[in-house]
Ligand binder design. Structure first.
Ligand code: BES
Ligand code: ZN
Ligand code: ZN
Length: 464
């Protein structure tokens, strides 16, 4: 895509955002357009199309409203097969980035399997004073990392296998100067990563533990670890998922995709920080070689785990990955992202991800990044009673709480992972609701894979 900045629009399609107040002032010129949030009108003048998008009243005009309006506008332009767009930057300089993000995120489409490729955004000119090409390029770097994460999640589960995720990481490492370690099933057996191995054991494509290291500050030992759940397909295993619950389970690696997207962005933006990106990749398959409910396995950390459900596999792979990162890298903080529980959809819906943490400072910083970038989080408690419900009669822990089915399921899932973080400040983001959109596009959020977590992690990691 061609990106440019200028003072005057020069491309055949112009995208402009108006508040209600601004639309009133222009009343005569933009007939029938009132600037309501969500409103989009197209006007033609010879060869030029003007796409007007409403932002709502002045006081509702937040960066989130700008992002959503710009995304809706660009989708309309592309529907009209107009892929060369001048984007008139909204008046508030604070909203520049949100506007450009809206355009770039809204222009995303997963087109690989369409015989006729729909029109994509081929040229974007950002029009207005006070914007530099490097500012636009930085936003574009992050948005293309989001698109990368979305593609990984949307792509077939038979294509995006654990082995393929390791190949992707290799290519990210090569292009971005990251150090890469991939543990295969033999390495896992040797190192005692028995929980990941158990989850992945029935699949023709074996599990992988992938570690990407970004060193932006050689003089500091401080590192942040981000760990993603990378279940490339979650059949449920022996506790097989029924029809209605299994169809979208290629999205169960959305946490891994967010980590890989964030590492891609970080490697390109080169902030002065150190980051460990870790992906726990396995296919939770059903087959005669699969792990059984009732089995007890030792974990990397040494604690033994009774498998009460083979469908609660995310916490197993994360337990090993989190414990491995803690032991191997001694990070200052560790954040995991996982499509961990269907329950989080019942509490927060598709708009907000669950936040669980043993550290108020880390939790507050993540929360404020979420508010800042529009990938919102809400925190849940982790009281001792939740942890106590994970005690097993025959092992150290059970992978399902002993509460009634469904009671506090997202919290007890988080509490299980917490057991493996030790005293390292840790946060868990349950993105099962936000990573996948079953409905129609909402603002910058497309249908299906959303790429949730990439912008949040980049915002958080870049903070001083
Ligand atoms: N991958 C699922 C969670 C999920 C559900 C993600 C819906 C996206 C949409 C996870 O592995 C799972 O199966 N969780 C179980 C946990 C239960 C067995 C404790 C669940 O949510 O029902
Ligand atoms: Zn599952
Ligand atoms: Zn799962």
């Amino acid at each position: 895509m061609k990106i440019s900045v200028s003072r005057k629009p020069g491309l055949p399609t112009r995208l402009t955002l108006f508040t209600k107040e601004e639309a009133d002032k222009k009343g005569g010129r933009v007939a029938g357009f009132s600037g309501e949030a969500g409103e989009v009108t197209v006007h033609y003048d010879k060869g030029t199309a003007d796409v007007y998008c409403g932002l709502g009243g002045k006081e509702e005009c937040t960066p989130a409203a700008v992002r959503a309006a710009a995304a809706k506008g660009i989708r309309r332009a592309l529907e009209l097969k107009r892929g060369k767009v001048s984007f008139i930057l909204p008046a508030a300089a604070k909203a520049f980035n949100a506007g450009i993000e809206g355009v770039l995120l809204g222009a995303y489409g997963f087109t690989r399997y369409k015989s006729e490729r729909p029109e994509g955004l081929s040229a974007l000119e950002c029009v207005g004073p006070g914007i530099s090409l490097s500012q636009v390029r930085a936003v574009e770097t992050v948005c293309s990392a989001v698109a990368y994460a979305r593609d990984l999640v949307n792509e077939n589960a038979s294509v995006v296998t654990p082995v393929r995720l390791a190949q992707e990481a290799r290519s990210l490492a090569r292009h971005g100067g990251l150090r890469l370690t991939v543990l295969d099933e033999k390495d896992m057996a040797a190192k005692g990563l028995r929980l990941i191995a158990a989850v992945g054991r029935a699949s023709p494509t074996p599990p992988r533990l992938i570690v990407m290291e970004y060193t932006g500050d050689r003089f500091s030992k401080e590192k942040t670890a981000v760990v993603g759940k990378g279940i490339t397909f979650d059949s449920g295993g022996q506790n097989l998922k029924p029809t209605g619950h299994i169809e979208a389970m290629r999205s169960d690696m959305a946490g891994a995709a967010a980590v890989m997207g964030a590492m891609k962005a970080v490697a390109a933006l080169k902030p002065k920080i150190n980051v460990i990106g870790c992906v726990a990749a396995a296919h939770n398959a059903i087959g005669s070689g699969a792990y059984f409910p009732g089995d007890i396995y030792p974990s990397f950390a040494g604690k033994t785990v009774e498998i009460c459900s083979t469908d609660a596999e995310g916490r197993l792979v994360l337990a090993d990955a989190v414990a491995y990162c803690v032991q191997r890298f001694k990070p200052a903080r560790i954040i995991d992202l996982a499509t961990l529980t269907g329950g989080i959809l019942f509490t927060l819906g598709e708009f907000v991800a669950g936040l669980f943490s043993n550290d108020d400072r880390l939790s507050d910083a993540l929360f404020s990044s979420g508010e800042n970038c529009g990938e919102r989080l809400w925190r849940f408690p982790l009281y001792k009673e939740y942890r106590d419900s994970l005690k097993s009669d025959f092992a150290d822990l059970r992978n399902l709480s002993s509460f009634k089915k469904g009671y506090a399921g997202s919290i007890t899932g988080a509490a299980f992972i917490q057991e493996f973080a030790g005293d390292v400040p840790w946060a868990h983001l349950d993105i099962a609701g936000t990573a996948w959109n079953e409905g129609e596009p909402r603002g910058e959020v497309p249908k299906y894979a959303t790429g949730f977590g990439v912008r949040l992690l980049v915002d958080f990691l870049k903070k001083p």
